[in-house]
Ligand binder design. Structure first.
Ligand SMILES: NC(=O)c1ccc[n+]([C@@H]2O[C@H](COP(=O)([O-])OP(=O)(O)OC[C@H]3O[C@@H](n4cnc5c(N)ncnc54)[C@H](O)[C@@H]3O)[C@@H](O)[C@H]2O)c1
Length: 283
């Protein structure tokens, strides 16, 4: 496969690693940026395990090792200078995201495209932290990015038509199915999904049923591939809480109020799969 331009992914967590993998699989050279070496190790292992699995199933047509060679890790923003596309995927925390965009602004040029994988924040608000807001967009992958085809594309008020067209084509090149959402809190998917998860946590808190049976109600009863509590563990309970708070702040106090049990889990550092304990326990 012919090597393409360099893409920077900012944040090497579960989503950033997966997004990096998607770009590398499509032939891009990928530079993943985060804060510390132990994070890089985890990300490397995550990408390696996922690519091996996809290779053994015949889903990818190139050798996993060859794809992995296109991914490098960086703890200095300056090392991302040669990238043309930047995808931010750090914690769902507004001030962390804006601090990254401020730092990034020193190396961006007029031709750089900047996207955020935020689950809920205003694209217009985030775009105000980069020098060329017309080149800024919401490019919202689903978890896990190498598997789920949907990609939400969200324009900020200043996003240019050329930028929108560029990302729409890019989504297709990455073999995703793009949909458009207005710049509204939670966009389309999380506006619907996260209140359902919150309701499931209320049902658990009020002892309506056990975690297993609440999930079975949705998997067996409504043919969802994953129950809402297992899905919350997969997303990360800190991320679920952050999204709910954005929905609550922007759309209405009562309807989106995070369940106290969710706040309790997050306060205790039980964040789901990524900390090996949430509503369920993981190896
Ligand atoms: N988890 C999901 O299911 C999901 C789905 C779609 C979108 N998202 C969004 O993707 C983003 C990342 O979520 P995640 O699940 O990968 O979280 P995560 O907790 O797995 O990873 C977040 C990463 O951000 C890094 N980070 C924190 N501060 C940073 C900084 N200043 N500079 C660079 N990196 C920094 C952390 O070290 C960590 O590696 C969030 O905006 C989230 O809302 C998540």
């Amino acid at each position: 496969m012919r090597e393409k331009a360099a893409v920077a992914v900012l944040g090497a967590g579960q989503m950033g690693s997966g997004i990096g993998q998607v770009f590398a699989t499509a032939g891009y050279r990928v530079k993943i940026y985060d804060l510390a070496e132990q994070i890089f190790e985890k990300s490397r292992n995550r990408i390696h395990a996922s690519l091996e699995k996809l290779e053994s199933k015949g889903v990818i047509c190139e050798k996993a090792a060859r794809i992995e060679e296109r991914v490098s890790y960086h703890a200095k923003i300056d090392e991302l200078r040669d990238c043309n596309i930047f995808v931010e995927s750090a914690f769902e925390d507004f001030s962390i995201k804006t601090s990254i965009f401020c730092a990034l602004s020193n190396i961006l040029t007029e031709s750089s495209y900047v996207a955020t994988n935020t689950s809920s924040y205003s694209i217009t608000a985030l775009a105000s932290f980069v020098p060329w807001p017309e080149k800024f967009i919401g490019f919202h992958f689903m978890n896990p990015p190498p598997i789920i085809e949907l990609l939400e594309i969200i324009r900020g008020s200043l996003t240019g038509d050329e930028t929108f067209d560029f990302f729409w084509q890019l989504a297709k090149e990455l073999k995703k199915t793009p949909i458009v959402s207005k710049n509204s809190p939670g966009f389309v998917l999380n506006r619907i999904l996260i209140p359902m998860i919150n309701e499931a946590i209320y049902a658990l808190q009020e002892d309506v049923s056990s975690a297993e049976h609440i999930d079975a109600a949705l998997t067996i009863g409504a043919h969802h591939p994953l129950g809402p509590l297992a899905l919350a563990d997969l997303i990360g309970l800190d991320t679920v809480l952050a999204i709910l708070k954005t929905l609550q702040k922007n759309l209405g106090e009562g309807k989106y109020a995070p369940c106290p049990l969710l706040e309790n889990y997050v306060a205790r550092g039980l964040l789901g799969k990524k900390t090996k304990r949430g509503f369920y326990e993981y190896q």
